[in-house]
Design a protein around this ligand. Structure first.
Ligand SMILES: [Cu+2]
Length: 341
């Protein structure tokens, strides 16, 4: 009811403003002013407003950069991540140059060439030279971006090496499960018909390849410097495995297996000592303290990056990157799934 009344009030206010404007127009018409005639004075005022906007707008851009760039991701923690960061920065540099130039020209010209009573616009219908310039230059720049992008994409999506550690990431509403392929480095068969509360992945007990498979939840470990091949599956809707610190993301699609591989280069402990991460966590923990929450340590995360339902925001898993020795110790402390029963 209150909502309805608010809507009615908004509509009535709009009408009231409309009538008020009409009253002012009529009143100034009676005084002999011509409100519909735009004078040189009006144009000059508009030009100055344009110039003011340019300055205020760029101050806002600088404030944005200062406030939000320090909250962006820390350095990449995977081999291919540096390529992607370079590509991203390259794109941003081009965008920023074009953005700055076009906006300065747009608003400065609006100010400098405001309409004057005795001026007439130059008749300038067409220029082949200009058409060529603004077609060819963007085409070359775009081609360079696409070629660099394709090269990086091909490198990242190339087949994983044969000795890569195979891990399945299984997405369902609303959590992740990781499955290690065990000593044979081969995942056992699974079938959605075998899914039960206990056997969330529908693993097939009869398949010998799956006898050594290890299933973990909440967090999974990977060794630094070793290639990891992820096989991604989803149960019911499309999810997306997003590991931002490794600059890695791939959709998880029901009924098919998608793949993704990367080599982590920085352990969790090393990343926690990174000056940028220390600064980042300081800010996060100050905000947490204000909300009365306990401080938290930096961790790599696997997140879902597809709006998959109402608890999507909470669909995450911690990733621990550690030395190969620590990883082997952790893995040997985990029991194979079918041995747990
Ligand atoms: Cu999801």
């Amino acid at each position: 009811m209150i909502k309805f009344l608010i809507y009615v009030a908004i509509i009535l206010t709009v009408f009231a403003i409309g009538y008020l404007v009409r009253v002012f127009e009529l009143a100034s018409g009676l005084k002999g002013n011509k409100p519909h005639i735009i004078t040189e004075k009006d144009n000059r005022l508009n030009g100055r407003i344009m110039l003011t906007f340019l300055v205020v707008f760029f101050l806002f851009v600088i404030w944005n950069l200062k406030s939000f760039v320090p909250l962006t991701l820390p350095k990449s923690a995977s081999e291919h991540g540096d390529d992607l960061d370079w590509l991203f920065n390259f794109n941003m540099a081009i965008l920023f140059i074009v953005f700055t130039l076009t906006h300065i020209l747009l608003f400065y010209f609006a100010y400098k060439y405001y309409g004057r009573d005795n001026n007439r616009a130059t008749y300038f219908p067409h220029s082949n030279k200009l058409e060529m310039i603004w077609t060819v230059i963007p085409a070359i720049v775009l081609a360079v971006i696409i070629i660099f992008g394709l090269r990086a994409w091909n490198k990242i999506t190339a087949k994983a090496s044969d000795d890569a550690i195979v891990i399945q990431l299984y997405a369902k509403q609303f959590d992740w499960t990781a499955r290690y392929a065990g000593a044979d480095n081969k995942l056992g068969d699974s079938n959605y018909k075998l899914i039960t509360d206990e056997n969330a992945l529908g693993m097939d007990e009869k398949d010998a390849k799956g006898a050594d498979d290890i299933v973990v939840r909440n967090e999974f470990h990977i060794p630094v410097g070793k290639e990891i091949e992820f096989k991604l599956n989803a149960r019911e809707v499309i999810h997306s495995a997003f590991m931002p610190h490794f600059r890695a993301q791939m959709n998880c699609v029901p009924g098919m297996t998608t793949m993704l591989h990367f080599t982590p280069t920085v352990t969790t402990e090393e990343m926690r000592k990174d000056p940028y991460v220390i600064e980042l966590m300081k800010g996060i923990n100050e905000a947490r303290a204000k909300r009365g929450e306990k401080p938290e340590e930096f961790n790599y995360m696997l997140l879902c990056n597809k709006i998959c339902g109402n608890s999507h925001y909470n669909m995450q898993m911690t990733i621990i990157v550690e030395s190969e020795a620590d990883y082997n110790k952790w893995l040997s402390s985990q029991k194979p799934f079918f041995a747990k029963k």
